[in-house]
Each structure stands twice: as structure tokens, then as C-alpha cells.
Ligand binder design. Structure first.
Ligand code: FAD
Length: 373
């Protein structure tokens, strides 16, 4: 590995690969190095659903979907005992991360980035990152090492808001809808997604809570029992949630992907990893080309002014209510036009129409849900 580069990206998941490709695109002459602790192909616990909005971000990042995937045309939202099956304006795809991420690494390499595997970041001192394969000097850094990476600590940033998940899967010929069950008895939802693994049909089952919750295993058991499937033990994991007012970086470093935070409403992380990775990579490259630190104010402004950024601010607010203590909010999600507007938003539609529908329907749905608890 070279001992210096212009842009150093820590982590080669979707955020890191998007950052590397964007950095190369913004300043093609710059040396862009990506270091990852793992060797690819590597597993990543994930439902693997990429919504229409995620596919739009993939294209904006200059990346292509080239791996096998299941296609889901409908989403089922179960809330307050009511199920709404809504057609997604743009179908979602469901990938296996072991395949997707290895292919994104190949695409980042093809764009001219140097991806170094088995090079875990250990520490950062000034403009030098210490890795398992030696030190690397950088002009700008994108920290894209996910929920469990070392970069936040190394940069002296707070750990952020991390919440628990459980996931398990089993072979299944059923390749149905994306099911979100808000009646799972947790401050979040349980999910059932189709997927394809090694050419065979599978399904993933999981549960997600925006609070630290000791009852996730029991909630997942109840959910799978209700779904009529018997599953083995689930794997525990965590997700860092996006916080609109939290730091987006420090000094020469920008946070991207789940090092920054994922969507608390749908637990969607791939879309937002591609989104923030792309913006951070381009900004870091332009700053490195002028030997300046990237502007954190510009980064925040670009994030929040984009389509995905506007949606993320909205979903962060909705999640607070929907998964909060008052169960009446959950009934709002059972309102069909609200479910349709949410489906349009996650499908990546220009936000004006769906947002207008949400703003129009939400108060009426809330009023209707003001029945007894
Ligand atoms: C159970 C579960 C289900 C989920 N389901 C979905 C879903 O269906 N759809 C969706 O959109 N999102 C889902 N998510 C969220 C999604 O998986 C993440 O938000 C997304 O992977 C974030 O991408 P990233 O590139 O930021 O990080 P990651 O994909 O986590 O990649 C980070 C990379 O950094 C590397 N790394 C870690 N530490 C270091 C280090 N010290 N030095 C160097 N490299 C390091 C890792 O090896 C890894 O390759 C789910 C998450 C979980 C836990």
C-alpha cells in the first residue's frame, strides 16, 4: 500500500465505494485509496432491500446493479391490526450483501481507486491514518466504516445513536412483498423480505427497534410464529441512526454512510450510504486538489439540500412519532393514502407530490386515530 494519497476512504461498503468513485470523478488525477478491514467477498448482516430511491442513488453514484437480486413490486405495511398492500411506484430490489459489496469494490477499482483489503484503520493522528498494513498520509479523509468502525473514535467524535436489530433467514421459494409489521411489540418494526442467494430463493426475517430493547428475540419469535415459519436463532446486530444536528465530520474528515447514520423510519442504510458517500467523496476530492480541509458547512448543506437529504430529515421526524410511546401514531400508518405517500417517497419519486399528499393526509389521519389507546 502506498504510504500517502490525496483522498483516503476508510471502509469499502456502499458508502466507501460511492465516495471513491465520486472522488475519482471530481478530480481524476488524484490518488484515491480505500482501506477495508475485511477481505472481499465478505458478509454483511443486512436485509439487502434497495428501494427505488436507493437505485436512484446507485445510478447517481455512477455504480451499477450487476448482481442477482429479487424484485419486490409491493410493500405491505401492517399497523394497528390493519394491513395495507401498496404498489411501489418503482419496484425495490433485494440483494445479498456478500455479492453486492464485492461487485461495488470491483467497480471502485475500475474507476481508478486503489482498494486495499485487510487494512483495518487503527488510529488517526493529524493527517496520518494508522492501519494494520502501515500508516497512510492523506489530504482529505472519508470515514465510511459503518456502524462498528474505528473512525469516529479515532477522530474524537461521539459514537452517535446506535440501536439494536436481529436478523435470520431461511431458504424459501416464496418471493413476495416487502412486509413491515409495526405491530411487532417493539419501538420499530419486524420485517419479512424475499431474497436470492446463490441462485436459490430465501427470505430474511428481522426486527428493529429505535430503542435499546431486551425483548427483540421474543418479538422476532412472535413475528415468525404469526407468519407461520419456524426459524433458528437470530443474529444480533446494530444500526447507527442519522441525527440531523450531529457532527458530519471534523478537520479533514467527513463521515459517510452508517458512520454518519441510516434512516430511522425504514432502517434504510444502503440508499443513504450511497448518497452521503457520493457527496463526501466529491467534496473531499475538490478540497484535496486545493490542499484544503473539506468544508463541513458545505458538506452539511449539500447533504440536507438533496432529495435524499430532505427525505431523511422528514423520516427522522416521522420515526420519532411512529415508534414513540403513543400507539395512536401507529394507526396513522394504517391510513392508505399515508402508506401510498410513504411508498412513493421511498421509491425515490421527486418529493413534491408525495410530500404534499403526506402533509395533506397526515393531520386527518392523526385526528382519526385520536380514539382510545
Ligand atoms: C440486520 C440489518 C438489516 C438491514 N437491512 C437493510 C435493508 O434491507 N436495506 C438497507 O438499505 N439497509 C439495511 N441495513 C442497513 C445497511 O446494512 C447499512 O446501513 C449499510 O450497509 C451502510 O453502508 P456503509 O457503507 O456505510 O457501511 P458497511 O456496509 O457496514 O461497510 C463498512 C465497511 O467498513 C469496514 N470496516 C469496519 N471497520 C473498519 C476499520 N476499522 N478499518 C477499515 N475498514 C473497516 C467493514 O469491513 C465494511 O466493509 C440493515 C442493517 C442491519 C444490521
Amino acid at each position: 500500500m502506498d504510504a500517502s494519497c490525496d483522498v483516503l476512504v476508510v471502509g469499502a461498503g456502499p458508502a466507501g465505494c460511492a465516495a471513491a468513485v465520486a472522488a475519482r470523478g471530481a478530480a481524476p488525477g488524484l490518488a484515491v485509496t480505500v482501506v477495508d478491514a475485511a477481505r472481499f467477498p465478505r458478509e454483511k448482516l443486512c436485509g439487502g432491500a434497495i428501494t427505488g430511491g436507493g437505485q436512484r442513488e446507485l445510478a447517481l453514484a455512477g455504480l451499477s446493479l450487476r448482481v442477482p437480486h429479487a424484485v419486490a413490486t409491493h410493500v405491505v405495511l401492517r399497523a394497528a391490526g390493519i394491513s395495507q398492500r401498496v404498489e411501489l411506484p418503482h419496484p425495490a430490489v433485494v440483494v445479498r450483501r456478500v455479492e453486492l459489496d464485492a461487485d461495488l469494490v470491483a467497480q471502485a477499482r475500475a474507476a481508478g481507486a486503489s482498494v486495499v483489503e485487510g487494512a483495518a484503520l487503527q488510529d488517526i493522528e493529524g493527517d496520518v491514518a494508522r492501519t494494520a498494513l502501515g500508516p497512510v498520509r492523506f489530504r482529505a479523509l472519508v470515514a465510511a466504516d459503518g456502524v462498528g468502525g474505528a473512525s469516529r473514535r479515532a477522530l474524537g467524535l461521539p459514537a452517535g445513536r446506535r440501536v439494536p436489530l436481529r436478523e435470520t433467514r431461511q431458504p424459501s421459494p416464496r418471493q413476495g412483498d416487502l412486509l413491515f409489521d409495526l405491530d411487532a411489540g417493539v419501538a420499530g418494526y419486524a420485517w419479512r423480505f424475499p431474497c436470492i442467494d446463490g441462485g436459490r430463493g430465501f427470505e430474511t426475517f428481522g426486527v428493529y427497534s429505535v430503542q435499546r430493547d431486551g425483548s427483540l428475540d421474543a418479538a422476532l419469535s412472535r413475528f415468525t410464529e404469526r407468519e407461520g415459519v419456524a426459524l433458528g436463532p437470530a443474529v444480533p446486530s446494530a444500526m447507527r441512526l442519522f441525527e440531523p444536528r450531529a457532527p458530519v465530520g471534523v478537520g479533514r474528515a467527513l463521515l459517510a454512510g452508517e458512520a454518519l447514520g441510516a434512516d430511522p423510519l425504514a432502517g434504510e442504510g444502503i440508499r443513504y450510504a450511497l448518497w452521503s458517500g457520493r457527496i463526501a467523496g466529491a467534496l473531499a476530492a475538490r478540497a484535496a486538489a486545493r490542499n484544503r480541509a473539506p468544508s463541513l458547512a458545505d458538506y452539511r448543506a449539500q447533504l440536507l439540500a438533496s432529495r435524499s437529504g430532505l427525505l431523511l430529515q422528514l423520516t427522522s421526524r416521522i420515526a420519532l412519532r411512529l415508534y414513540g410511546a403513543d400507539p395512536r401514531w401507529r394507526r396513522v400508518a394504517a391510513d392508505r393514502p399515508v402508506a401510498e405517500a410513504l411508498a412513493a417517497l421511498i421509491s425515490g419519486e421527486a418529493p413534491v407530490g408525495p410530500l404534499a399528499r403526506l402533509l395533506w393526509r397526515f393531520p386527518a389521519a392523526v385526528r382519526r386515530s385520536r380514539g382510545p389507546e
